[in-house]
Write a protein of this length. Structure first.
Length: 331
């Protein structure tokens, strides 16, 4: 199992979406708080990212930014430009989209992608990310990320037969390369957190075991043997680096998988229990309620009720009744 891919697959909801945007200054777009996460690549012109917290960030051509936590943010040609709310159209299932804002000044072009996550159970891998992941272009670094950007830009610029299927893979690929690039840059800066976890062969071996066989009755001793470490060394290193004990992580991962199956399938609870290491549906229900605060059936009904809003497309036009508001200027 690939731990990074596995975590994203478990937490993602709906379909990712992509757009190529063209705006002419003055312009500004405000993305409201949501279950979404946005990724943007500046291709041309001036652009500032204005986070919900912190100082505005001036972007340069080639910069990649990822806003992972759904806290809301804005993009503008400069701090102080009026902001227009972006409308989320949950009924629009388009994968390819285009947004234009016409002005009288300088043109800005961006590649944009939107992802949607189940925020009811965040993963420490995502929690470790800052408010804004900023990846400036660096000569000789992140070649795979740049290749994904080029391929995505090409498909969005010239949609053809098969583009929808191609884009689904490319947008997923973009997110994985962004996260891989970020964690690679953090390895030398921290001995804890998920950058350190993914760089530690012993810990990733144990995690792959948990992810590959969540139904197995793992013990700390078994996971330690799998990682090639003594029980005491493994338990200490895992807990300090991952942020929770091996068995606490196992329980959390089982609950995450159970939530995904409840959300995405009509499997009976008995079957889900078998796949997640619980002898009975009652044992699973008890553990699930302890983790999520609701019974599995209630969680499933709630997920079904919210289904239309879990995967809104990247909106392609500002709201028809915008309320411009000046963007904050740098302090």
């Amino acid at each position: 199992m690939d731990v990074l891919s596995d975590v994203l697959a478990a937490l993602r909801t709906g379909r990712p979406h992509a757009a190529r945007t063209r705006t002419v200054s003055p312009w500004g777009i405000r993305f409201p708080p949501s279950d979404g996460a946005g990724c943007h690549v500046l291709l041309e012109g001036p652009c500032w990212l204005i986070p919900a917290r912190g100082e505005p960030l001036r972007l340069s051509v080639g910069d990649v930014v990822f806003v992972p936590h759904g806290t809301g943010y804005a993009l503008a040609d400069r701090p102080g430009s009026p902001l227009v709310d972006y409308r989320v159209d949950a009924d629009d299932a388009a994968v390819v989209d285009e947004m234009k804002l016409d002005g009288v000044g300088t043109t800005t072009q961006l590649l944009c992608a939107a992802y949607y996550f189940d925020r009811s159970s965040s993963h420490p891998l995502l929690d470790d990310l800052p408010e804004v992941v900023h990846l400036p272009p660096r000569l000789g670094q992140h070649a795979s990320l740049r290749a994904a950007v080029d391929l995505l830009g090409s498909e969005l610029s010239d949609p053809r037969e098969g583009t929808s299927a191609i884009l689904s893979g490319l947008v997923d690929m973009l997110l994985l390369f962004v996260l891989r690039a970020w964690f690679d840059e953090q390895v030398t800066r921290s001995e804890r957190g998920w950058a350190a976890v993914l760089a530690d062969p012993a810990l990733t071996t144990a995690l792959r075991g948990i992810h590959a066989r969540p139904e197995h009755p793992w013990t700390v001793a078994e996971l330690a043997a799998l990682s090639g470490l003594s029980r005491a060394t493994f338990a200490k290193r895992f807990t300090e680096t991952v942020g929770r004990s091996p068995l606490a992580y196992l329980t959390w991962w089982r609950m995450t998988l159970a939530a995904r199956r409840l959300r995405d399938s009509d499997e009976p609870l008995r079957t889900i229990a078998q796949h997640t290491g619980y002898a009975t549906e009652f044992a699973l229900a008890k553990a699930f309620k302890r983790e999520y605060g609701v019974a599995p059936g209630q969680y499933r009904r709630r997920s079904t009720d919210l289904a239309p809003t879990l995967a809104p497309s990247l909106p392609h036009s500002p709201s028809t009744t915008p309320t411009p508001e000046p963007a904050p200027a740098p302090a």
